[in-house]
Design a protein around this ligand. Structure first.
Ligand SMILES: NC(=O)c1ccc[n+]([C@@H]2O[C@H](COP(=O)([O-])OP(=O)(O)OC[C@H]3O[C@@H](n4cnc5c(N)ncnc54)[C@H](OP(=O)(O)O)[C@@H]3O)[C@@H](O)[C@H]2O)c1
Length: 318
């Protein structure tokens, strides 16, 4: 089968298409004939080996040769002990532990997968698992009438997070680069901020909830941007910032009556299927910026990593 592989961290140039054996499912795994895999910022981070947390499991060279975790496709074979799926079932899920979605076939643990809703295409379904879980968990404490800010709101998780926070009745501010301002407004953002021009932490009207997908500032800046009783959660960003938020954030938050911490996202169908239900009923919309072939995976990854994608980018192997 064809798979996009890499053996060292680097730019998209280190990726190439190779003929590799079709993998055999182990116990509790299914093999999926991949129809679509969406690109996440985590793929870009694992390609570059940066931030440092992207090297967990592979300090000097990548732990897995093929990237791609948000997979949608058809079950083609099952390992011993698999009970929920059989060949022919249409599935989707976040395969963050094994990855392998930028290939014609991929293995995934049964527990990572849900049944694809018939109303969604494979490309649409592949956009939901990782970004949807981040967006849901990042906005779940939203209260009607509260002020919510999403930093990095024009990307994959942000475009779901804006819509979810709006549904819960919040006043939503989206922060991203100038080219994504209209896109964020179209998704429902009440206010938008161009992060290259303005610093959201220097606001006169602080926020009740901040979901930060690209954290780079000091804990004290985040504290300043929060209203009393407010909550800041970062899902991604520089390793140094995440570490500071973990160590200094909880203390700073507690002594100032705010909650500052890292969002550790729970994965699995229970965490993304509720969002898929909202997509099926068209209460939340899916934005696929562009679909690429396997040969084009380096371009697809660069489009996300270099910040040119509006919403999600998808790779369709066949
Ligand atoms: N915590 C967990 O358990 C967990 C699990 C999975 C993934 N993650 C992480 O969660 C994050 C999810 O990101 P995603 O997939 O939604 O990323 P994405 O699709 O790449 O979106 C990120 C957006 O942020 C923008 N951006 C870049 N720098 C910015 C800045 N300084 N200020 C404001 N916006 C900025 C980007 O645009 P430009 O670059 O064009 O400006 C882009 O539109 C990733 O970091 C991923 O590693 C966390």
């Amino acid at each position: 089968m064809k798979a996009v592989v890499y053996d060292r961290y680097g730019s998209p140039d280190v990726l190439h298409v190779e003929d590799v054996p079709v993998p055999t499912p182990a116990a509790d795994q299914v093999r999926i004939k991949v129809a679509a895999t969406s690109v996440n910022l985590s793929d870009w981070e694992c390609l570059r080996g940066s931030p440092a947390y992207a090297r967990i499991g592979g300090l000097r060279s990548p732990a897995t040769r093929t990237l791609g975790s948000d997979i949608a496709g058809v079950v083609d074979d099952v390992g011993e002990g698999v009970t929920r799926f059989r060949p022919g079932d249409e599935v989707y899920g976040d395969n963050l532990a094994l990855k392998g979605g930028f290939a014609e076939y991929a293995l995934a643990p049964e527990s990572a997968l849900g049944r694809k809703p018939a109303q969604l295409t494979f490309a649409e379904a592949s956009t939901i698992p990782q970004a949807g879980a981040i967006a849901r968990q990042g906005t779940e404490r939203t209260v009607a009438g509260s002020r919510v800010l999403i930093n990095g709101a024009g990307g994959g998780s942000g475009c779901f997070a804006i819509q979810l926070a709006k549904r819960l009745g919040a006043h939503v501010t989206g922060v991203d680069n100038a080219a994504k301002q209209d896109f964020m407004r179209a998704l429902g953002a009440d206010d938008v901020i161009d992060y290259r021009r303005d610093d959201f932490t220097r606001t006169s009207q602080p926020y009740d909830l901040i979901l930060d997908l690209v954290a780079h500032r000091s804990v004290f800046a985040y504290r300043r941007a929060l209203a009393p009783g407010g909550r800041y959660r970062c899902a991604g960003g520089s390793a140094r910032t995440l570490l500071r938020v973990l160590i200094v954030g909880s203390v700073t938050g507690r002594v100032t009556g705010r909650s500052i911490g890292v969002l550790v996202v729970k994965a699995g169908p229970a965490h993304f299927e509720p969002l898929a239900d909202l997509c099926v009923t068209e209460e939340v919309s899916i934005h696929v910026d562009r679909t690429f072939t396997l040969d084009e995976v380096p371009v697809a990854l660069a489009q996300v990593g270099e910040g040119r994608a509006l919403g999600k980018v998808v790779v369709a192997p066949s």
